[in-house]
Unconditional design. Structure first.
Length: 359
């Protein structure tokens, strides 16, 4: 077998293929954010082959005379160059606030959509209708998982999804095109999906390498440290100081992972009315009565609309409380355990009430 590793510049938005003159076709495999690999099984050594892309790009070279792994440079091939997608202004933090690269303040208006990046490769569903609904209701960000091990849906992650990195890139592209920032939680369900530390660190490094190409993606190391589904030590991962990143969340009403990085998410209480703590806990200062905060604290995974009987007034109260700091994330069954599906009218009404309270 002849393996050709071709460099990728920019953001890959299609899958190229290699065609040998004898008719053998080999699709490219994105093995890292910057390398497209073509494992060509052939006995036609010295024959001509062609690298082609969906946009009509074509380049030719000659197959080596022996099996082995070769770079595009060795064979005289150019890197695969892709145009950068439309991007939103990059975010940074200053003190306890988010700022855009133009200096204006950013208010977090997030929607939970854990399984959304997996719907296209595993279920054949376009994520755009969900993203557009969230945006039209007032969201400017969605929060999604890099891996999911729910047994009622196909597992999503680098081990369980063919062409994983291609699908991740595609999802990053689509969220940018739809004008939404993305909270990308890198580790979830690691006990079953990725328990090995070295594999985790490799996945983390590849993920950050890719995120650096996208201004709108905010890396979040892990979902709920200490959860039974997790097998990960957050102290084993270095903070990426060039990215606006979070060290990860804790369990419900628990301290987030420390030391804190650029920002953090805390998972708010889920006490349903008439207990008011389910919405007052969306205030970062009620969660931990310390001022000023070391960095922006974002409330997430709190009460879902079903917990408060789909009452928009309660959703509005939650929005008012998270406005005390930097905003927050609207959490739903549809965006979590239902697998990121469209909201029904009652949930949509609650979403509009929640986001209307945030600047």
């Amino acid at each position: 077998m002849i393996t050709i590793n071709l460099a990728v510049q920019g953001v890959a938005t299609d899958t190229p293929w290699a065609i040998v003159d004898d008719g053998v076709v080999t699709p490219g495999q994105l093995v890292s954010p910057n390398v497209m690999q073509f494992p060509i099984v052939t006995d036609k050594y010295g024959w001509q082959f062609h690298i082609r892309r969906a946009n009509g790009y074509s380049e030719s070279a000659v197959l080596p005379l022996t099996d082995g792994t070769y770079t595009g440079v060795q064979l005289g091939l150019s890197p695969l160059v892709y145009a950068d997608p439309a991007v939103l202004l990059r975010l940074r933090t200053e003190g306890d606030q988010f700022l855009k690269s133009d200096g204006s303040r950013f208010w977090w208006k997030g929607a939970t959509d854990m399984y959304l990046p997996a719907r296209q490769p595993h279920l054949g569903d376009d994520p755009r209708p969900m993203l557009r609904q969230r945006r039209e209701c007032g969201a400017n960000l969605v929060g999604s998982l890099s891996m999911v091990d729910w047994d009622w849906l196909p597992w999503w992650g680098p081990r369980h999804t063919a062409d994983y990195w291609m699908w991740v890139r595609k999802y990053f592209d689509i969220t940018a095109e739809e004008g939404l920032y993305l909270q990308w939680t890198i580790f979830a369900g690691t006990r079953r999906l990725m328990p090995d530390l070295h594999e985790q660190q490799d996945h983390y490094a590849q993920t950050l390498e890719l995120i650096r190409q996208y201004a709108h993606v905010l890396p979040d190391l892990l979902n709920e440290e200490g959860h039974p589904s997790q097998s990960i030590d957050p102290s084993q991962f270095e903070r990426p100081h060039d990215l606006c990143a979070s060290h990860g969340s804790g369990l419900t009403d628990a301290d987030p992972v420390r030391p804190l990085w650029s920002w953090t998410e805390f998972h708010a209480r889920r006490d349903a009315p008439p207990d008011t703590r389910g919405f007052t806990n969306y205030d970062a200062y009620e969660f931990q009565a310390v001022y000023p905060k070391e960095c922006p604290y974002i409330p997430g995974e709190g009460m879902k609309p079903g917990n408060y009987r789909y009452n928009p007034a309660v959703a509005a109260q939650m929005g008012q409380h998270c406005k005390m700091h930097n905003g927050g994330t609207f959490h739903t069954t549809e965006g979590a355990t239902d697998g990121s599906v469209l909201w029904g009218p009652q949930v949509e009404a609650c979403a509009r009430a929640f986001f209307a309270e945030i600047p």
